[in-house]
Design a protein. Structure first.
Length: 168
């Protein structure tokens, strides 16, 4: 067992309303992603002393990417989602874990649905402009295997290329 490089974990996004008309897309030039699970708990005082009562799990996903340009389709759709409260589908894909048998052409992943809770475009004089996006997830997500097209893989990260001549 070895450590997984961060560029092997990629996230794909799609507005749920677009599920019948388009495939999921990666944010171009992603620099960082994260998934956080947290659970609050309350203290209840009893005659025997205080006890902790756990609350529900909350999951949040965050993404940071260099701002490719103002015509970036996925950024525009995610900004639309925060403006209108639209539900977003999110796939967390581990490109280091290929499936087997009937899933041999897929990668291990998790599927989530949630809402964009913040979208920030930041720029300073010395660095590239960045967009940071946070998502509040409904439920806990589901494990499975994810189809990743060559185009999605290309946008998400550099992929291995062979030394042979490429087909046109």
């Amino acid at each position: 067992m070895g450590a997984i490089k961060g560029n092997k974990i990629v996230y794909l996004y799609r507005l749920l309303a677009d599920a019948k008309t388009m495939a999921a897309m990666a944010l171009a030039f992603q620099t960082e992603n994260g998934r956080t699970k947290s659970r609050d708990s309350d203290t209840v005082v009893t005659k025997d002393g205080p006890i902790r009562v756990p609350g529900d799990i909350e999951t949040e996903i965050s993404a940071t990417a260099l701002f490719a340009d103002e015509n970036d389709e996925m950024i525009a759709k995610l900004e639309q989602a925060i403006d209108t409260g639209e539900r977003v589908e999110i796939w967390e894909v581990n490109l280091a874990k290929k499936g087997t048998n009937e899933n041999a052409s897929k990668y291990k992943g998790k599927y989530f649905q949630g809402y964009v809770t913040s979208l920030e475009l930041s720029s300073n004089a010395e660095d590239h402009a960045e967009v940071s996006i946070d998502f509040a997830i409904e439920g806990e997500g589901k494990d499975g295997y994810v189809t990743v097209t060559a185009e999605q893989e290309k946008v998400a990260s550099y992929v291995f290329k062979d030394t042979t001549q490429e087909a046109e």
